[in-house]
Design a protein around this ligand. Sequence first.
Ligand code: SF4
Length: 451
Amino acid sequence: MARIYIKTYGCQMNERDSEQVAQMLMERGHSITVREEEADVVLLNTCSVRDLAEQKALGKMGMLRALSRDRPIVYGLLGCMAQNRGSALLNELPHLDLVVGTQKFHRVADHVDQAIERKWSTRLDDVRFSIVDVDEEANSQRTIRDHVLGERQATAFVSIMQGCNMHCTFCIVPFTRGHERSRPLQEIVDEVKSLVAKGVKEVTLLGQIVNLYGRHEFVSVDGKSPFVQLLEALQEVSGLERIRFTSPHPIGFRNDLIESFGRLPKLVEHIHLPLQSGSNRILKAMHRTYTAEKFAALVDRIRSVTPTIAITTDIIVGFPGETDDDYARTHELADRVGFDNAFIFKYSKRKGTPAAEMEQQVPDSVKENRNQDLLELINSWAKRRSEPFVGREVEILCEGPSKTNPSRLTGRTRGNKIVVFEGAPQHIGTLLNIRIARSTGYTLYGHPVGG
Ligand code: SF4
């Protein structure tokens, strides 16, 4: 049996896919190691969203080749970059044994076993024997369903759909993840029930445009979209305390979903609402299908139903053709909304996407200035949004030791604010109230109430 090292780049969907791969390999008797130097099999689950992410994975795979000096090692690239580049990767990295795309994660264990067999018995290291599996596969979205839960793990990601049909002009996802495919509602509910039976209290539903779940497969009932029907079904799962979802598309927020925040108590008060730009001209060039005015009105509608809701976002600065005036509109809208947090991206070309071919690419120095300016605004709003928590009690779900200081514990509020506190091991995996003593903007610090 082999020791398998898996490194994941990119988003939560990739983390979730890696978890599925790990579970299948463990089921066959292999073990997972976090130490690359003791691995028999090295798998990198890759991201293609930015060129830098691809370069990182390629560099890492190149470096890890040195491990095979003393013993036969199986090397595999999985996921988005594998899908995007396919067999061309074998030219760049001749020691690669496996290239497995985004619709084939459930086949990784078979491929690994086959490659191990060949390497261990014959020591073959010939590119002609490499396995490239990047075809589309019907129903592959239904294969990401098993979990590897740690001790007292109270949160879990649940993949509910794959792919995206929106074709935003900057985005590689429709090419790497394929068209939208959703899982049957009952299958998702059953998965959540089995997680809850193992101690999970909070699930985060995952999809590239998660709130448009099921729009091609299932019908609306009583004016409720398939996604709202799923939220309602999960609301009924006994023992489940919190429901989150990411990442939605603004056009998927119709009244049925907005009203759900007012009537489904398990749905937490946090929405990640990608804005991308505050300029209508740029939104159109991005093919984002809403305007700045519609986005602002949507935020107002959401806040009218749930005034305390936390709203976070993604914004791209320096999209091709973005003028100072376009950027000023983004700044203005971000200030009007007052986001709790934002991921700001400097536009970077992705080969094969329409935006990469657009004229008027913005110089790096301009992107950097806009990035810094927007960061300042977002930081100041994060502080303003967090300050009111100081002196108050908040409910958190404790996830375990803090990454920055393992002697403390960490958890999240329903609004997704990170809380660090001095706690005890029995707090891990439980809901508890914390009195907040101070805030740094993105992190709140406090102590358990009555403890
Ligand atoms: S909606 Fe999201 S995943 Fe789909 S193309 Fe646009 S940015 Fe990419």
